[in-house]
Write a new protein. Structure first.
Length: 170
């Protein structure tokens, strides 16, 4: 098998029907006391984990990462699929020992994590899934301090940078 064919199979495995995680940061703008709009990011805390993080989801059968992000957003927070989702450049490899639902067997020890963001209207209310303890909106400086995982911090920084510099790619 040629190298190009092997690389294609690896890419296909990691992007559809393969193990991967998604990370999703909802964000919104709010006006505070007549001042210019403030940028806020949503972070979640699961009942079984005592830390804040971005929304994380896993692939289902025959699902691409963007589809997984949209489905996870709907299931976990009630975010409709017509909201504007976009992929960030940030990526990470996640050890499966940190994943509660390890379903891939002993040969898979790390899986790729692809990061996304979704713009949420200010007046939207999350419909929190039962497995979450809480969700909160925070400004960047607070959100970057409370999220536990480095991959969350990197994705959050990239998202803030893209919004402020108007370099969001849809």
């Amino acid at each position: 098998m040629r190298r190009r064919d092997r690389l294609f199979l690896v890419y296909k495995f990691m992007t559809k029907n393969g193990p991967f995680k998604i990370l999703l940061f909802p964000y919104r703008f709010r006006q505070k006391d007549g001042a210019p709009f403030d940028l806020e990011f949503a972070v979640v805390k699961k009942k079984v984990e005592n830390h804040w993080q971005a929304l994380a989801g896993q692939a289902q059968a025959n699902e691409f990462p963007m589809d997984s992000a949209i489905r996870s957003a709907k299931e976990a927070l009630g975010i409709p699929s017509h909201f504007i989702f976009f992929q960030l450049d940030s990526k990470a490899m996640i050890p499966v020992e940190y994943i509660i639902e390890d379903q891939w067997g002993d040969d898979i020890v790390v899986i790729p994590e692809t990061c996304y963001a979704v713009n949420i209207p200010y007046d939207f209310n999350f419909l929190l899934a039962d497995y979450f303890e809480s969700v909160q909106w925070l400004p960047y400086k607070e959100a970057i301090e409370v999220v536990k995982w480095d991959s969350n911090k990197t994705a959050l920084w990239e998202l803030k940078y893209r919004i402020i510099s108007k370099k969001i790619r849809m």
